[in-house]
Design a protein around this ligand. Structure first.
Ligand code: PDD
Length: 283
């Protein structure tokens, strides 16, 4: 099955799509990305992702080659050309190709690549059973709020989880949980959500923001502050949020089952609300 991918203005069969070996995304991880989910052939929270893309580009003094409307059009066109009903659209913008140098090149043209990935997201069986996570040290750099393509440590973290027989890993710094390898981490104690505050230590999840908004609308109390690994293990329930997992219950951290070891009611309810509301607002 060959997809149609977007590269710098052209829609091409994936076998024909290519970028330069001098691309700084390839040489230096000098690029940023977004993952937007698709349900019923429509984009979930597109504007949230477009805004965060701009924020990441600004932080790296990288030009945005496309406006919001043009970007939306490309997303929609790719969904259409690939007949995508459910899955993700991946978008990457790099500083472009230039002779290798640590200094940002002047006048390089940003590289823009988008492709689709078909995947069953809403009927994910893991939502019914919950997932297990291990804890690993967070040894990433200090600007985790920029969504860069430097994903080697998160990738290593997923492999450590797999080798330990778990589904994912939560990263811990100075005793406090930062986030999951590719998602934001939340716990629930006495009906209240505790989730790390925004800053440079975590990615400002688009799903996190929407889920916290829905929680507040439904009178669920939220505390945005750091929480320790021990506090997480003593929580009534836990969950992760991301564009591809939506709201996913966590039922075990390292060797400790949470609550009765089954998905909790707060995560279940928020998943249902998130899916219903976001489907309605999809573009
Ligand atoms: N990952 N934290 C990290 C480190 C992430 O990589 C992600 C997303 C999130 C959640 O952000 P959002 O809700 O905006 O998806 C938090 C994407 C899905 C990925 O890399 O595939």
């Amino acid at each position: 099955m060959s997809r149609i991918v977007y590269v710098n203005g052209a829609y091409l069969p994936e076998e024909e799509a290519c970028v330069s070996v001098f691309d700084r995304g390839f040489l230096m991880a000098d690029g940023v990305y977004e993952v937007t989910s698709v349900l019923d052939g429509r984009l979930i929270d597109f504007d949230g992702h477009a805004r965060r893309l701009q924020r990441s580009l600004d932080a790296l003094e990288m030009a945005n080659p496309l406006g919001r409307d043009e970007l939306l059009e490309i997303h929609r066109e790719l969904v259409r050309r690939n007949g995508l009903d459910e899955g993700m659209v991946y978008l990457q913008v790099t500083r472009g190709a230039a002779d290798r140098d640590f200094v940002y090149p002047e006048g390089a043209r940003p590289t823009v690549v988008l492709f689709t990935q078909a995947k069953a997201l809403s009927d994910n069986p893991a939502a019914a059973t919950g997932i297990s996570v291990i804890s690993i040290p967070d040894i990433r750099w200090g600007r985790r709020d920029i969504k860069t393509v430097q994903l080697l440590y998160p990738s290593m973290g997923k492999m450590m989880a797999r080798q330990a027989g778990a589904d994912d890993a939560w990263m811990v710094e100075d005793g406090y949980v930062t986030e999951g390898t590719s998602n934001n981490a939340h716990i629930v104690k006495d009906g209240r959500i505790v989730t790390r505050h925004l800053g440079n230590d975590i990615l400002h999840g688009i799903t996190r923001a929407a889920v916290l908004r829905f929680a507040a609308d439904n009178a669920v109390e939220i505390e945005e502050r750091p929480f320790t690994l021990d506090e997480a293990k003593a929580a009534d329930e836990a969950f992760i949020t991301s564009a591809s997992a939506f709201v996913m219950p966590v039922v075990r951290i390292d060797d400790t089952p949470l609550g009765d070891g089954r998905p909790g009611p707060v995560a279940g309810r928020l998943r249902a609300i998130y899916l219903a509301e976001m489907r309605r607002a999809a573009v």
